[in-house]
Design a protein around this ligand. Structure first.
Ligand code: DP6
Length: 353
């Protein structure tokens, strides 16, 4: 598929509509960090789609009114968010030619705390892209296949926020062209084939320890931008591409030890890249380091599969499978790790598919 194939058709009939959609967040295992013009990722990434952390969005479209966007987050008006969406809609007009021909009232809510650092841009733009595709379907005269609609939703979500394009699918999802994943593309995400995934990865926990609540010290936009001048960036992009080779083997054979090593390495690399940027950023906090060290000691002592990944912030995503050892791991988290959070904050999610 090329960008041209996503261009919108001019034959449409618009009318007033209200549509609602829900979209989950996702957590990357091989990270997207660095991008080129038009939201093209510098390397492929793979993520787990979460089951509980979602954004629910209602989009009211008032046809033929002057283009404007009003947004409400959990009932409160958010002017900044509306400005962002207006810009986004103007940016994607060639793909949805009716998009600027009306007024929007968008009501949105997250099922997870705003402060959690869980990517609300991923679930948020995912839900908006799904709403737009619902409107597109009702305005255009052609009948689209559900798979085509979802692919275009992923394409549109990417233009809002890169990681959002992965939230359009369940399970393991790949975004970015990789010679190791059939059908993968820089333009949209694809589901990683379930038949190539060992059962151990199909029922997993992601508990997010809220080490630091509040605004992140570096936004994704700034973070991605710093990769443009980072002297190690090219090597990092290459490494991420190479990491798909072991990841593919691991996902197939269920080798948990190698999985743990690879996922933790990816998280630490993302943070190392930020430390080696100019200006430098240290995104971890004392609690993050305490938790990582405790996890490593716990694994040494018990051999149980508790490990972590990190996004561009201080919070720790605790990953562990539901394979019989989870009760011991949960007890350890409650008694040893929770104390390093700011307010006993933990968001418990699962990835079941
Ligand atoms: C660290 O998708 O938030 O979560 O494309 O600028 O919106 P934009 O960035 P964003 O970056 C997320 C980066 C990450 C890693 C990942 O999800 O792969």
């Amino acid at each position: 598929m090329t960008t041209q194939e996503f261009l919108g058709k001019e034959n449409f009939t618009i009318n007033d509509q209200t549509v609602s959609e829900s979209c989950p967040s996702n957590i990357a295992l091989i990270k997207y960090w660095g991008k080129y013009k038009d939201q093209i990722p510098a390397n492929p990434s793979i993520s787990f789609t979460l089951n509980h952390c979602k954004t629910n969005t209602e989009m009211e479209f008032l046809a033929n009114e002057t283009f404007s966007v009003q947004t409400f987050l959990s009932g409160s008006e958010e002017v900044k968010f509306a400005e962002k969406i207006e810009k986004y809609f103007k940016n994607i007009e060639q793909y949805l030619p009716w998009i600027l021909k009306g007024k929007y009232i968008i009501r949105t809510e997250n099922t997870f705390p705003h402060s959690s650092g869980i990517a609300s841009s991923a679930s948020g733009f995912g839900a908006i892209a799904k709403c737009l595709m619902k409107l597109d379907e009702s305005f255009s005269s052609e009948n689209h296949q559900p798979s085509t609609i979802n692919q275009k939703a992923s394409f549109l979500a990417r233009l809002g926020s890169g990681s959002a394009c992965r939230s359009l699918y369940n399970g393991l999802v790949v975004w970015g062209e990789s010679e190791d994943v059939l059908g993968s593309s820089d333009l949209f995400a694809v589901q990683y084939p379930n038949s190539e995934v060992h059962d151990i990865f199909k029922d997993f926990n992601d508990w997010v320890l809220l080490i630091h609540e509040g605004v992140k010290s570096v936004s994704s936009t700034v973070g991605h931008g710093l990769m443009n001048t980072n002297p190690y960036a090219e090597r990092r992009f290459q490494e991420a591409r190479e990491n798909f080779v072991p990841m593919k083997e691991i996902l197939k054979n269920g080798d948990m030890q190698r999985f743990i090593k690879l996922v933790e390495h990816e998280a630490l690399t993302l943070h190392a890249m930020m430390m080696m940027s100019d200006p430098a950023f240290i995104l971890m906090q004392t609690g993050t380091l305490e938790v990582i060290n405790k996890i490593w000691n716990f694994r040494k002592e018990t051999n149980l599969p508790l490990f972590f990944t990190l996004d561009a912030g201080a919070n720790v995503h605790l990953l562990f499978p539901n394979n019989g050892s989870e009760e011991k791991i949960k007890t350890f988290i409650e008694t040893e790790l929770l104390q390093h959070t700011q307010k006993n904050g933990v968001v418990k999610d699962v990835m079941k598919f």
